[in-house]
Design a protein around this ligand. Structure first.
Ligand SMILES: [Zn+2]
Length: 78
């Protein structure tokens, strides 16, 4: 069982301002950590909403490459 499959980090398309489930501080939430059943790594057990710092920390723990910078292309109008 791979750790990053059971603990999968996802980026929110847009940050939301609320309480981080890890550090309990109210700040911009960048990530959701989906927690899956350890035996199958397919069934969803629950999730935690994480701020930038906690998301990066969890990324380090699970050895997952994450980023919070969005590409400028999304904001260009042609
Ligand atoms: Zn946090």
């Amino acid at each position: 069982m791979e750790l990053k499959k059971a603990l999968a980090l996802e980026n929110f398309a847009q940050t939301v301002y609320r309480k981080c489930d890890c550090c309990k501080r109210v700040r911009d939430i960048y990530f959701r950590l989906n927690i899956r059943d350890a035996k199958t790594a397919s069934m969803l057990v629950g999730s935690l909403e994480l701020c930038k710092e906690c998301g990066y920390n969890m990324g380090d723990i699970t050895n997952t490459q994450i980023q919070t910078e969005r590409t400028l292309e999304e904001f260009s109008f042609e």
